[in-house]
Ligand binder design. Sequence first.
Ligand SMILES: Cc1cc2nc3c(=O)[nH]c(=O)nc-3n(C[C@H](O)[C@H](O)[C@H](O)COP(=O)(O)OP(=O)(O)OC[C@H]3O[C@@H](n4cnc5c(N)ncnc54)[C@H](O)[C@@H]3O)c2cc1C
Length: 436
Amino acid sequence: MPPQSAIIIGGSLSGLLAALTLSPHIPQTTILESTPAASTRHSQAAGISPGPDFLAFMARHDRTGRAYTVGKAPASVVGLDGAIVKPMGAVLELSSWSVLYAILRANYDGFSSVVVPEPPSGVAGGTYLSGRRVVGVDLSDEKVVRVKCAVEGRGEEVYEAEMVVVADGSYSTVRELLFPGSRRRYTGYVSWRGTVREAEISEATSEYFDGALKMFMGLKNGYMLVYKIPSDEGELRPGGRLINFVWYHEMAEGSPDLKMAMTDINGKEHFNTVTRDLLQPQAWEKQKAFGVPQVPLPFQELLQTATSIFITKINDSATSQPVVQDRLFFVGDALRALRPHNAQSTNQAGFHCRLLEQVILGNMTTKEWQHEVVSQGRITGEMSTFIGMMGFRRKFAMLAAYLRHLRLVCVYKFVGFWGWLFRGRKSTGYKEFLNN
Ligand SMILES: Cc1cc2nc3c(=O)[nH]c(=O)nc-3n(C[C@H](O)[C@H](O)[C@H](O)COP(=O)(O)OP(=O)(O)OC[C@H]3O[C@@H](n4cnc5c(N)ncnc54)[C@H](O)[C@@H]3O)c2cc1C
């Protein structure tokens, strides 16, 4: 029988995907999110390319009927003159974090926002509690897991449930609580991201970036992608959208430039992201001065005009044990933080949650779930590293990542075949993940 209650730790995209997946089967679901309700965490204007697992999830669970992508964009590499030199073959659907978040929340707890002012009736009816920072997880009782939260101005609160899903991101607190000293490695590069409204840039430049994802690889120590996304208010129509850039740039650990960029306006050093409201203006000015002379003209105008700049260190991290006691499950970036180059993180979370439903329904064991999510994560992770190294034009690192990817595909295919031969059960597997 499915558990009667579940706590989801972390209320970003993975947490909401998990909560929506579980709520038809579990009467009481509660999300505990550390960010206070009125915080800026929820409007970084970050572009997200939702992949096939995420799209399949939405087709099944979204009752708002609201469009959320600006359409399909073919990816291509451009030269210094701005002309396309190489189509990449990939076509991406493009959306943004804030729009996806608003739609998922409307479906989960009927949250009304500018994106979905009138949430649909008959939503999942779950509970979303902001301002709850999880500081402890107690698994000693056989029947319930106890989750301790720090609540600003109110001390601590304890919540109980039969099952817990951990979706607290790549810097997972719960992972650190359960497995202290978990491995997290800085890759040696960061992403600078920013946006500008279409209306605030010249018509020619806006048109240049229309209906496409353009990649410029001629930058020293990095490369840059540009594509259009919905506005924070969910505007998808021409004129109201945002032009979004992602600039991957190598910054050595311990270097003065990295230290300056990761130190906010209040002098606090961050280990993951410096949000757009906290970034020191001089850090961006320095980065911009370095990049502008090197990029094609439309990219130059974009960098000169863009606001809402923020920086994220790209890290490799994964939890060593995705399931604990058959009742605590890691999902999304908390399970494995993929490098963002192949835009698979949200899709990966969709995959984790889709299979988790099969565990709840008794169609899959927790061991099988663990095998599937670990194999998919490792294989997708190496592919993403390969794409990233291609962007950085590091041929040996590219080759090494590709060989690791191939080796993993062979190993997991073999394990899948073995399972089928002896247990008569086919691996859900990587192939389905890709072809869904
Ligand atoms: C440069 C870049 C580009 C990207 N592009 C894409 C893309 O194109 N496509 C894509 O799919 N993904 C992309 N991503 C990844 C994406 O932003 C997310 O990582 C992904 O959606 C998975 O998010 P998550 O919910 O697992 O983690 P997060 O979004 O990090 O959410 C974790 C949540 O847990 C909360 N939390 C943390 N600690 C606690 C605690 N102790 N108690 C309670 N709550 C807590 C946090 O406040 C947060 O809300 C990109 C990332 C980067 C850096």
